[in-house]
Design a protein around this ligand. Sequence first.
Ligand code: ADP
Length: 374
Amino acid sequence: MTVRVGVIGGGQLARMMIAPAVELGIDLRVLAEDHGMSAQLAATAVGDYRDLDTVRAFVREIDVVTFDHEHVPQDVLRALVADGVQVHPGPDALQFAQDKLVMRARLAELGVPQPDWAAVSDAEQLQRFIDEHGGGAVVKTPRGGYDGKGVRVVRAGDEAADWFAGLAEGESLLAEELVSFTRELAQQIARRPGGEMVAYPVVETVQRDGVCAEVIAPAPGTSARLVQVAEQIGRTIAEGVGVTGMLAVELFETDDERILVNELAMRPHNSGHWSQDGAITGQFEQHLRAVADLPLGRTEPRAAWTVMVNILGGPKDGALEDRFSQAMTEHPEAKIHTYGKAPRPGRKVGHVNVAGSDLDDVVYIARAAAAQFL
Ligand code: ADP
C-alpha cells in the first residue's frame, strides 16, 4: 500500500524529499508556512504548524508525520501522538534538538564528550563562567537559533545583557567554553523506529559567518580512530535520544584530536547534502525510508571525494535558472540543486555537488560551478 508521508515545513529540506518520494512511490504531502515555498512542487497545504487544529486537519489522511524543521511545539506533537499518529522523530527525541540546554543535559547523562557548559540566568553568573574558562565564552539562546543567529562570543558578562533582559521567569541562557577547534565535522546517522541504524562517513564542514559554506566527504586526513569515534558518538546519541529518521551531529575537532559535540539536528541537514550525489543512499531517501520504517540503504560513498558548496545569496539580478546554461556548459560534472527561492544576500538558495577521485579537482570544480550562480 502507498505510504503517505506528511512533512511539516515547506523549505528546501521538504523539497528535496520529493524526488526520492516519487522514486519510492511514497505519497508526500507538505504543510507549508506560506504559499510559494520551496516544497510547493508536492501536494501542499498552507497553515500554521503551531496551531493544533491546522496540524490535525493536515495529518488526517497521512500515515507518518515528519519535519523540515524542529519548531513544532511539544504540545502539538504530543497531541498528535495521543491521537495515534505516527510522528518521526517523536516529541521525546525532538526536545533535544529544540532546546540546547535540554540537549547539553542529556548528552552529559549519555557521557558524550562536549564543551564545558552551564545554564546562566544573569550577567553575574555568565561572568563567573567566563572567569573559570580563560576569559571568554560562547553564549547561546537555547531555543530558535539557526545559522549562527542566537550565538555570541563574549568576554564579559554584560555583553549578553540584552538577551538576559528578554528571558522570562525561570529561563536561562546556555554558556559554553570557547572551543579552540581546528575544524568542524558532522556525523550522520539514520535510525528506524525499531532501532536499526546506519552511519555515514564523518564529513568536514566549513562555516562562514556562522553559515555552512562547504562540506567535504569524507573528512580529509581523518585517522581510522577518529572515524570510529565520530560514528560511535553518533550511534550513542541516536539510541540515547531515541531519534527516528536522520540525525546530524555537529562536532568540533580539537588540536589534540578530541571531538566534542556542538549540536544536533533531527532531519536531513546541510552537512548531509553531499550524499544526494555522493553516497549509495542519499540522506533524503534515507530519511523517508527510516520514518516509513522501511529497510535502510547503504551509506558508502560512490566516489573517493564529494564536495558540496552552498549557493549563498544567489545572483544579484535574475533567477538561478538564468545561469543554468553557462554553469552546465562549463561544469557538466556538477550536480546543481536549486531551492526555488528568490535570491537575497546570505540566503541559502541552492547547492552544488561534485564527486571525483582527486580532492583538489573536486573542490575547484564545485566552487567554480557554485560561483556561476553569484
Ligand atoms: P546554530 O544553531 O545557529 O547553527 P551553533 O550552536 O551550531 O548555532 O553555532 C554556530 C557556529 O558557532 C558553530 O558552527 C561554530 O563555528 C561556532 N560555535 C558554536 N559553539 C561554539 C563553541 N562552544 N566554541 C567555539 N565556537 C563555537
